[in-house]
Design a protein around this ligand. Structure first.
Ligand code: FMN
Length: 361
């Protein structure tokens, strides 16, 4: 079991999960449709200590012989984003066991540093199958999913199938991300965290909302504090971390080891640079319009390389809208971005946007 010594700077410090040393305690939250093979390296390069793929179906992986269908979601770029976690969802322990072995048969995917299990997704088509946040209603199944996953990781490491080997140096750590509970009447994050820990989880992330809240309402940081106090493994706090003040406040109020940032990183990968600089006591300068344009260009070319130009540009539209938020005359530029169909269209929007930001009329 990992214990977390008091760091010199409680706000910004390295983190150890199982045997894995992570350079800092800031993490990019998994977000379907955003935290892909293009965006994760961007955030990693700007200071995110840990990045996580979006959720991928464990069963889907077992039914995908050459991983062609899952590849878009699973693809990692080890040289550009380590440490990186692959996040799986499902509800059948055997699916997890087989999916993890299969991931580790692949020369690229086997270089992932962590396997994370999604026990927080609120989406109806996921919870209907008892998956995602529905596992908070069936902690016995959740424990079996974790144990099977740890067994798979131990098997890969050649450490045998003993769950107690989860802390051994060779075994890749398993983490779990879950919520406050299913609904206001069944808040069970504290007990659930202990179940995760006892089943062999090396670190947890708590998103401080119930499933019923989806993404609305205020995150309840008191539950984060209660979870942190109840386990010995590292805890990432998640929910409503939007700026430096929030980051400091969450650490002060909850004592969490790590901060996991979701929506505040949409169109704003610089939040990691900012937090890393400012939590470290430095002075941060925001990116210039030219740096923003260069980043949007990098992002859209990356998506197009991975997904083809049409899908890449289509997927980039919502990302562009996020990057453009808060810039001069944003509604106009977002509207133009939403109509882009080709890389040339995006280039035109970006060039005109940059010209306008630098020389407003
Ligand atoms: C568009 C979107 C997609 C998400 N996809 C995932 C996912 O694939 N896996 C997961 O564990 N959480 C997912 N989440 C939840 C986030 O990881 C995070 O827990 C949530 O947004 C709260 O953090 P925030 O307040 O910093 O955004 C998603 C959230 C959003 C907004």
């Amino acid at each position: 079991m990992t214990t977390t010594p008091s760091p010199a700077n409680p706000y910004l410090h390295p983190l150890t999960i199982g045997h894995l040393e992570i350079s800092n305690n800031l993490a990019l939250a998994p977000m379907a449709g955003t935290t892909d093979a293009t965006y994760r390296p961007i955030c990693h390069g700007l200071g995110a200590g840990l990045v996580v793929t979006e959720l991928v179906s464990a069963r889907g992986i077992t039914y995908d012989p050459d991983l062609k269908r899952s590849w878009r979601y699973l693809e990692i770029t080890p040289e550009a984003e380590k440490p990186v976690a692959i996040q799986l969802f499902g509800a059948d322990p055997d699916d997890f066991y087989r999916a993890i072995l299969k991931i580790h048969e692949n020369p690229i995917l086997s270089q992932c540093d962590l396997i994370d299990i999604n026990m927080g997704c609120p989406v109806p088509k996921v919870v209907r199958g008892g998956e995602g946040s529905a596992l908070m209603k069936t902690p016995d199944i959740a424990a079996r999913v974790i144990e099977a996953s740890v067994r798979a990781l131990a098997t890969i490491a050649g450490a045998g199938a003993d769950v107690s080997s989860a802390g051994s140096a060779a075994v890749k750590p398993l983490t779990v991300k879950f919520r406050k509970g299913w609904d206001a009447e069944s808040v069970n994050a504290v007990e659930f965290a202990q179940i995760c820990q006892n089943a062999g989880t090396a670190a947890i992330t708590i998103h401080a909302r119930t499933r019923d809240q989806f993404y609305s309402g205020k995150a309840d940081w008191e539950i984060i504090a209660a979870v942190k106090a109840a386990v010995q493994i590292p805890v990432y706090g998640n929910g409503d971390l939007n700026n430096l003040g929030d980051a400091r406040k969450m650490i002060d109020q909850t004592g969490v080891d790590g901060l996991m940032i979701g929506r505040a990183a949409l169109g704003n990968p610089w939040i990691f640079d900012q937090l890393q600089t400012e939590l470290g006591g430095g002075i941060w300068s925001p990116p210039s319009a030219a740096e923003k344009a260069a980043m949007m260009r990098r992002h859209v070319y990356g998506l197009s390389q991975h997904l083809g130009e049409f899908t890449g540009v289509t997927e980039m539209r919502k990302q562009l809208a996020a990057y453009l938020r808060g810039t001069r005359d944003a509604a106009h530029w977002k509207n133009l971005a939403m109509q882009a169909k080709t890389l040339a269209d995006v280039e035109t929007v970006l060039n005109d946007w940059l010209d306008f930001q630098q020389n407003p009329v």
